[in-house]
Design a protein around this ligand. Sequence first.
Ligand SMILES: Cc1cc2nc3c(=O)[nH]c(=O)nc-3n(C[C@H](O)[C@H](O)[C@H](O)COP(=O)(O)OP(=O)(O)OC[C@H]3O[C@@H](n4cnc5c(N)ncnc54)[C@H](O)[C@@H]3O)c2cc1C
Length: 520
Amino acid sequence: MKRDQTLEVVWFKRDLRVEDHRPLAQAQAAAQCAGQGAVLPLYIAEPEFWQLPDASARQWAFVAEGLESLHAALSARGQGLCLRTGDAVAVLEALRQAFPNMRLWSHEETGNAWTFARDRRVAAWASTHGIEWREIQPAGVIRVLERREGWARRWDRLMAEPVTPPPEVLRPVPDIPLGSVPDAAALGLPPDPCPERQPGGRDAALERLNSFLHQRGQSYRRAMSGPAASAAHCSRLSPHLAWGTISMREVAQAGLRRSAEVKTAGRRDGWTGSLSSFQARLHWRDHFTQKLEDQPGIEFRNFHPAYDGLRPTEPDAARLAAWSTGETGLPFVDACMRALNATGWMNFRMRAMLMAVASYHLWLDWRAPGEHLARQFTDYEPGIHWPQVQMQSGTTGINTVRIYNPVKQGHDQDPDGAFVRRWVPELQGVPDAFIHEPWRWEQAGSLLDRAYPAPIVDHLAAAKAARQQVWSVRGQAGFRSEAQAIQDRHGSRKSGVPGPRRRARKTDAKPSPQLDLPLT
Ligand SMILES: Cc1cc2nc3c(=O)[nH]c(=O)nc-3n(C[C@H](O)[C@H](O)[C@H](O)COP(=O)(O)OP(=O)(O)OC[C@H]3O[C@@H](n4cnc5c(N)ncnc54)[C@H](O)[C@@H]3O)c2cc1C
């Protein structure tokens, strides 16, 4: 390739695959059109990004496996993945020095505030040097969305578009060292043991998809709420979707094909309901991400300003530490947190309960607990995470306030205490009847604050006090009109704004097998 020819640089971010990758396919088409042009696939490991409070070594380990798999797929086509570590603008500028005629391709990214600011710096650099940067919409999230009306129909149309095949051959770019995947320490990441983390990479993503659609997913609807069964029967596609080892369109279309198959076969064995619940959740993914795309500030600020100052912004360090390490003395909460810390994953209901306990029972502002959860999740996705964190903390103003009773959740979701005993072995000897409330056991004195902490709060009294505080905000003048504005901007068109007198749905009632919560 000559110096005056255009190098098509494809910048991989949270899209670590060659299949259904429009920037790669379009860059290749542009290179072919130019005759002698070439495509350079690029990944930039940015230490500053990986040192943010929402990043972790477990996420990097998953990404690193995705990069190895992406490199193999690209190499098989003729040009491996170019890996650089450093600041994105500095890396791109070094490439420009070597290849003055370059064009940049990537997917649009709905990330955190840091990636938003970095993309602005890259855009400014590109404009200064007359470099064209083509950003392509990845799936159903729409940049500069004017109105929420019709969003769901647009999403369906976008998901139905054909999956883009990968290029068959990539012309090699001569004289360019490819570099290697840095380890976590080189990115400044502290050790983060996660012994049961899901493996990354394309093969692992396809295995999760196929085993879910043909075996594991049959009891998805029934099993999704229990922490143990859900680990086997939920799709577990979340880290793959978060880091793009598989695309939303690929998953949505595979789900629809399988739905059609089971309908045609007239099966009445759970598959139909499970697949329709799954499809709804894929839709939620982009519905939530659209909120962060439309209002990036919700990573830091309450959706509804009436909640500003409700909880102390400086978190109670002892409570935060007890919650983060699974030492609250509330067995089911501690078991969920320890399982999350060891696996990098937790089902939706237990994520919601963990966040609710931090926000209501422990009365912690959502930001610090939200960052802890973000680091623990291998599938951390800012666009889902921050709206969900706020929703479970009661600060959106448009959602029903859900204060989970952690003891009742334990009895409902882990009736024989097997999950608690697995993750909180200190409680092995506690009889079933007391496993979720060991403080009621007559031998509690030999256990509590010795082998296992006594509860750090009286959970019933703490929930009552929190409920009163949160509902008193809802009664304030002007609350409802602001909530309506939030609903207009972000809410699902299927739901309405709950008024101050509309009481919380009984979250602690026996959960329906399918926890299809309202979409707002
Ligand atoms: C406080 C809190 C924080 C969360 N943070 C994240 C996060 O950082 N990353 C993340 O992927 N999910 C997050 N979720 C949503 C949900 O818990 C996970 O998507 C789900 O547990 C992932 O497991 P799975 O892939 O087996 O899901 P499945 O049940 O198999 O669902 C398939 C896919 O649908 C999407 N999805 C499922 N449930 C939801 C939901 N409630 N909202 C939006 N999308 C959904 C996910 O992409 C998921 O991979 C959070 C939920 C809560 C309550």
